[in-house]
Write a protein that binds this ligand. Sequence first.
Ligand SMILES: [Zn+2]
Length: 390
Amino acid sequence: MSARRYSPMEMIETLVGFPTVSADSNLNLIGFVRDYLADLGVESRLTYDESKRKANLFATVGPDHPGGVVLSGHTDVVPVAGQPWESDPFTLTRRGDKIYGRGTSDMKSFIAVALALVPEFQKAGLRRPIHLALSYDEEVGCFGVPHMLRDIAANLPLPAMAIIGEPTSMQLANRHKGDLVFRTRFTGRDGHSSAPQRGLNAIFSAAEFLTFLSRLAAELRDEGPQDESFDPPYTTVNVGQIDGGTAFNIVARRCEIIWEFRPIPSVAPETVIARVQGFVDSELLPRMRQAAEEADVETTTLVALPPLMPEPDSPAEALIHALTGVNEAIGVAFGTEAGHFQQTGIPAVVFGPGSIQQAHKPNEFIEIAQVEACVGFMRKLAAWAAASTP
Ligand SMILES: [Zn+2]
């Protein structure tokens, strides 16, 4: 029995049809891709999350050698609830020269084009492998891809480079900021609000911490390194949520904040973390413990998205230059999985069809011309991988 073939458009329609919102399972989509590839004689490796409701998929077309090119994309999409869509977000709908649906630009079209072209890759006689890397939980903090990368590093020939097909309108991006998100919990001692001296108010302690953060933010803005390819060109700090206390007449025993910083590539995240931890360990916590020995400050990392650093002589950049003639590399404002690939020793760039302007919005779309440009790019990639040896 010969395998069912899909045009790029049919494959986009199929992938958009799986409602893979990050909170839900992506196993139907992954199962479909695994079966489709198996029919073509391509084996898939799956790595799961703890609940086994979500999986990454990694597959190799061509020889089992090091030196391949990874085409990487996330399978999850952001929610559609509460957004005013004019058509069903999970039914691909064409209007004029655009196709609409959740994930069309971010970023199922890139994955779909790669999948639809697998039979062409096979016919091309690849001397370098082309790998397909599909991840879960990108939109909620890039939690899936590290599992896949650990599996690759431990068990497979290391690819030479990765193309992360996030929507850049087919422009080459070689850098983005990181994103580190934390929850910090302050524990004090409760008591009657008429005698605050007998307790320790965790909200006041959190306020001291927030004052430190806002000074640090100003310092990073005014004195920290600058990178003009980003807007703003410096490392930013934000406090996103605060929650604490019980009632107006109780000294607050508990307060919790969620905060983040987004380092430009030249700022090592560890240096910022060390500054914050240093303030807690040497100033804030000793002061709190003078008032209540059980006082505590506990920080948990919620998201650790490494920045993508521009790499001198990056083979991934050189490949995009060679295949597209695009000379200039830009920075992008959004985070991607590219930094994780880079940290695994796989040089990575961000390069894909569609615009980030359309991502995460109602009536998300991609221009058909962008899909066609992506098809053209991947055909050139296959010709290159057939002609070049690692
Ligand atoms: Zn994305």
